[in-house]
Design a protein around this ligand. Structure first.
Ligand code: PLP
Length: 380
């Protein structure tokens, strides 16, 4: 590794350099035709993404947050209702529950996969519970088959937050095809990202898809005739066109992510003071985020920075301890596994365009750090 070179935890400019021609042509088509909001490029992407997942309907929206919001709304979740979800996620999962007037009810996560713990879900169900909203955190499947069984038994809606899980599978089936509705974000940094804000809801239910199509566009099936309280949550034409280009490359990018993650885990498994991410049997991880857990995170991150390696944290504060949710009266200690994750998690550099030399440098730096630390401890 040349000294002075920084390994970013993430870099979209390399991907654009590779795609420039394809993207510019797609953008040119949208601009020449003047289809800026929804239109043929969005319809085409909706069909392609649904086909890629093996789902019947995809409705393009302006963000993953909007997807979660409209999914809950169309499951008739509203004021006074409860939705069971995880505190270890990006805040939008809970925002959407709050937007429809319902209450997020948090349940702790599994220690190895960091996803909602199905064993603890049933105890949290009350007569107010309307839905279960698991997150495929970091790109790995929550235990959706067990959660589907619980939801079916108790008459609840299961909605997937698949915003980090484009292309992941569980027992051969794509995430985004479980439950009643599934929500995706195409925020630029996601495994499949737009060049701006975008999201989608995916479902096999034609009636729900139709209602979301209506809601996203001011609820006007015919112009100036508004059938319910609607929203402006439409996907832009440019984003649809760009996403179609990028979808053609997704499998190759996933393979590159998987290869880097496997190299990391093989090199670091079993090192004292580190926990490599666990993989659920039957789960094909999309490796949106490579989440290491490290004892002594701050020192570890400064050591990485001093060797030119960027890292970050997803997420330093679990949702139940955010000031915005103080009114829910949760306390530190309520969800020990999620809280431990937020104290120890480190997001390591991982993106498809990383060079072999960069991956090697990250691997060797982490190994050297654990060796030096363990030698210090043995000497002490
Ligand atoms: C990114 C993300 C969202 C929100 O998506 P936006 O497009 O940024 O609104 C929701 N849930 C999870 C788990 C996410 O990672």
């Amino acid at each position: 590794m040349a000294s002075g070179h920084t390994v970013p935890w993430f870099d979209l400019t390399r991907q654009y350099r590779e795609l420039r021609q394809e993207v510019q042509q797609a953008v040119e088509e949208v601009l020449s035709a003047g289809n800026f909001i929804l239109g043929p490029s969005v319809e085409r992407f909706e069909q392609e993404f649904a086909a890629y997942l093996g789902a019947k309907h995809c409705v393009g929206l302006n963000s993953g947050t909007s997807a979660l919001h409209l999914a809950l709304l169309t499951c008739d979740v509203g004021a006074g209702d409860e939705v069971i979800t995880t505190p270890a996620t990006w805040i939008s999962t809970s925002w959407a529950i709050s937007y429809v007037g319902a209450r997020p009810v948090f349940v702790d996560i599994e220690p190895d996969t960091y996803c909602l713990d199905a064993d603890k879900v049933e105890a949290a169900i009350t007569h107010r519970t309307k839905a279960i909203l698991p997150v495929h955190l970091y790109g790995q499947a929550a235990d959706v088959q067990r959660l589907e069984a619980i939801a079916a038994k108790r008459g609840l809606a299961l909605i997937e937050d698949a915003c980090q899980a484009h292309g992941a599978r569980f027992h051969g089936r794509r995430l985004g095809t479980f439950g009643r509705l599934s929500c995706f974000s195409f925020y630029p940094g996601k495994n499949l990202g737009a060049y701006g804000e975008a999201g989608a809801v995916v479902t096999d239910d034609a009636r729900l898809a139709e209602r979301i199509r209506n809601l996203r566009n001011h609820a006007q099936p015919a112009r100036h005739n508004h059938t319910e309280i609607g929203f402006n949550m439409r996907m832009e034409g440019l984003q649809g066109a760009i996403l179609s280009v990028k979808l053609r490359h997704l499998e190759r990018w996933l393979a590159a992510r998987r290869q880097i993650a496997q190299r990391y885990s093989a090199a670091w498994a079993g090192l004292a003071g580190l926990h490599v991410p666990g993989v659920r049997p039957g789960s094909e991880h999309a490796w949106h985020i490579y989440a290491l857990r490290v004892d002594g995170r701050d020192g570890f991150q400064s050591m990485l920075a001093s060797r030119g390696i960027q890292s970050t944290v997803h997420y330093p504060t679990p949702v139940h301890l955010q000031p915005a949710y103080a009114h829910l009266d949760y306390r530190a200690g309520d969800f020990p596994i999620a809280e431990a994750l937020s104290r120890t998690q480190v997001t390591m550099p991982l993106f498809p365009e990383m060079t072999g030399a960069e991956v090697e440098h990250v691997i060797a730096t982490v190994r050297a750090w654990t060796a030096a630390r363990n030698a210090d401890r043995a000497a002490a």
